[in-house]
Design a protein around this ligand. Sequence first.
Ligand code: B12
Ligand code: SF4
Length: 461
Amino acid sequence: MIDLTLVDIPSFNSRFSQYYQSLFEQKQALLREREARISGTRSHTAQFNYSYGLLCLASAIRASGFAVRYVAWNGHNLEEITKSAKVSRYFGVTSYSATIDDAAILCKIAKQTTPGLTTIVGGPHASHLDKQVLEQNPEIDLVVRGEGEYTLREILASPSDHLANVEGITYRGTDGTVIRNPPRQEVSDLGDLPLPAYDLLPRDIRDYFINISTSRGCPYRCRFCAEGTAGRKVRFEPLSHIEREIAFLNTQLPFGTTIYFSDSIFTMNRQRVVELCQWIKQQRIHLTFCCAVRHEFMDANLANEMSGANFIRFTVGLEDGNDSVLKLNAKLTTWADNLNLLSLLRENGRPFVTGYWITGLPGSTHESLQKNLEKIRLLIREDLVTEINNKVCVPYPGTSLYDDAEALGITILSQNWREYDRLSLPVHRLTTLSEYEIYSYFMLTEAVLLEEMRKREGETA
Ligand code: B12
Ligand code: SF4
């Protein structure tokens, strides 16, 4: 018997067109060529994702003496999942908006095959729409809101009819009404948590895209961002903890494998980053690193220090090229701030830079999106970014785009959560642009990007 089966839903079918697929593949091929030419090595492209959050949960639960199993739903392994459910007391699934329906289906099947099983859903979607998730899905017994380590430990230790004192959960009372218990305080000391349970991954760790998180929370409130699941209060893992995790990964992964730090803004605590870089150099760590930066938390010295410690890639949330759009979306950066940051990175270390971009933010108009095409051409032509990761705007639950839709001129068209994947036809329209117009600009942006990247390769090859 085990206490808990944890299920990840690492991928799902997005409904993008063949045209998009073709543009995407061409862009990727060009990028791989470029990176190989510049760095002299071909980056190892991992095929599988894991849920870092579930690995954190699994290790915390295990440290309290509970037996836990981790399964990844791949669309074909129902038998593996029901087999694990049959020997479990609890069945927990993680949820993004685009995967909540799959999470509910898996809970339903698990309950059908294992009467008496308690099903739990956590993650960004369920945390924000806890009541709706329970009301619409009778097969889900309870929702864990926000960080799950301590909440889950208490649930597993309590009799199933004694949940009234467990903070951070929403559940069904004996009469069927949905009860939301008070929120739980964020984990205050991340150093108290054990290292993620990498040993539970079903495949060889080298098959995965490695993402790790060394802090939780973000002080900003960009209107489109669903970062709030871990709360807004920023907490940093102690350096010794991060070093232990990197040292472990260094023993498991081949030379040059890139570790993606998924922290909201990795460089927010400058001293911590400088000390980590010194440790990476001293230890001759053979891994490479990527992290997200904002202009307020980057300077020439830091960029040089980081590039000397194998930080070969940075991501920058550019989002849009128009200050009015950035302002309306509370990004608190301007186009000029972003250009300064990109120039600084280019002049100090020359890392690969991915600019994150969102098509269809509130405030967008035909004119602003036309301007964006010019800005994107400039970014590629001037080699200020290596690539642009362009996604369709989605008003995710828990964001201001969702909560304040009307005031922002947004009409939400669909609550078919499968479409909330950032690649499908937009689930919203703006007073200024229809969903079809937004999608056309999304595709046009992709085409312009490819064109400019081709030119760049032609000129420099
Ligand atoms: C790294 C990352 C990725 C990686 C790896 C994903 C992964 N599964 O780890 C990749 C690149 C693959 C990815 C992909 C996508 N991502 Co992503 N990703 C992130 C990021 C930056 C960090 C995730 C993380 O590791 N957090 C740290 C861990 C410790 O926290 P956690 O995962 O939330 O888990 C804790 C709690 O949520 C809770 N919990 C979670 N699950 C469960 C389950 C149970 C049973 C319980 C009890 C508790 C519980 O306990 C955990 C420990 O405290 C987040 C933003 C963020 N800061 O969370 C976005 C984020 C989660 N991603 C998002 C999205 C939209 C996507 C994509 C759909 C599209 C995209 N590319 O942007 C895809 C789809 C993923 C999929 N399932 O196919 C959104 C989700 C919004 C939403 N409502 O859906 C976020 C919030 C980004 C944002 N700011 O808007 N992502
Ligand atoms: S977009 Fe970046 S800075 Fe803004 S709230 Fe999200 S994580 Fe924080």
